[in-house]
Design a protein around this ligand. Sequence first.
Ligand SMILES: O=C(O)CCC(=O)C(=O)O
Ligand SMILES: [Fe+2]
Length: 283
Amino acid sequence: MTEIARYTADSPVEIIGNALEQHGAVIVEGLIDPPTLAQLDREIGPLISRSDPAQTHLNEGVAAFFGKHVRHLTGLAGKSNAFAEKVMCHPVYLALCDRFLLPNCADYQLNLGHMMDRGPGAHAQLMHRDDDVWIHFRHPRPLVQLASVVALVDFTRENGATLVVPGSHRWSRERQAVESEIAFAEMRAGSAVIYQGATLHAGGANATSDQWRRGFHMSYTLGWLRTEENNVLAVPPARARRLSPRAQRLLGYGVHDAIKDNGGYLGMVEMRDPLELLSEGRL
Ligand SMILES: O=C(O)CCC(=O)C(=O)O
Ligand SMILES: [Fe+2]
């Protein structure tokens, strides 16, 4: 069995980033502090407990991937201020996005902010790479995604800790992991596993515990790529207006301004930056 490199949240972010570059995955312990965890619980707890594990999914493939024992809550930045300002805008995530994503875009954005409460009976997900959502973007391609699973309860092997294959971000796309290459992201509530979009991983099976394994699946991508969750519809202007400009920009409200790189603009409204229209009350 293999292990995932571990650091604490006060480790220099450069060291955390070096491990993420080398191994494709890293655990950061104590990333989310206890008061923020309590705020998340107050804001999100009542919503997730009303979610139906047998909900309708986009199609049968997605339904099979998640199974019928998982409660979902999406569009988190519109539902929880703590998620938007303290998780999505966490300085460690932003510093890692600066290092890994900014070389390939003028600004990065949230790809997905998704809570999963993986209940007893949840089966393991198929081993996958999150960046395969952009399957038409042929290889070789630059690094396009940083992803993370944040533990909101203690993650154990029994309750389905995320399975991660360190080093697989550099493998050929055909290579499959054998058991000895797969690590369990066992970690305390408030810790997170952070991985590259090309790193093989899967939600683990919650086969023997009686706990709900609650966590955020959150990822960031280049500002010029279509996002998995339609963030501007999931967090419409009436909600986005209450957030900080940084959070609004991460949700895709800002223009992607590549003029300084001899490129152009993406995402204008009335030839203006929607962020300005939002602050002027015109959106
Ligand atoms: O919840 C987890 O442990 C992993 C989730 C995941 O990888 C996914 O939904 O793509
Ligand atoms: Fe995934």
